[in-house]
Design a protein around this ligand. Sequence first.
Ligand code: MN
Length: 210
Amino acid sequence: MKSIILSVMLIIGCAAYAQKFTLIELPYATDALEPVISKQTMELHHGKHLQGYVNNLNNLIKGTKYENMELIDIVKQSDGALFNNAGQTLNHNLYFTQFSPSAKTTPDGKLAKAIKDQWGSFENFKTEFNKAGTSVFGSGWVWLASDNNGNLFIIQEPNGDNPVTSNLNPLMGIDVWEHAYYLDYQNKRADHLKAVWDIIDWNTVSERYK
Ligand code: MN
């Protein structure tokens, strides 16, 4: 009898504390992206920073019109603390799922052609992307994004903003907040940006371009 009561209490408890948004699971081990991103950075970035944004997001939507919205719609329609935490949840969900320890490190097909058309070569695209990432002042992101006609853009975003707020489709984003690289690269953000190409999974990025 005791165990039944306990079970019922547990179920009620879980329902009461059910969170709409949950921390995404990493599709690789926390040390799988070393030496580009260390296990320690991964554990803190995913397990602490992203978990914090997700917790804040869940708390901030409670009892508001945002409670039943998709994440992307919350980012498009909110402002203030809710926008910051929803934006960062979306940003990191895209970020952590675009890497692979056995990445296909160059694009092909439609996306490869679009990059070549826009920037002349994949190498030149990477150079321009790294320039944009290095020159984000303070905390923010650099994105490869597309519009509805398939045109590509390199976009700098401050803080937790995301290209969806400009009606663009985020394909690949690199986090240039210091928490993303400081333990492994200290102040050398450019070195982190140079190294990160080894783990970008272009199959995933290409899927987002479709
Ligand atoms: Mn981050």
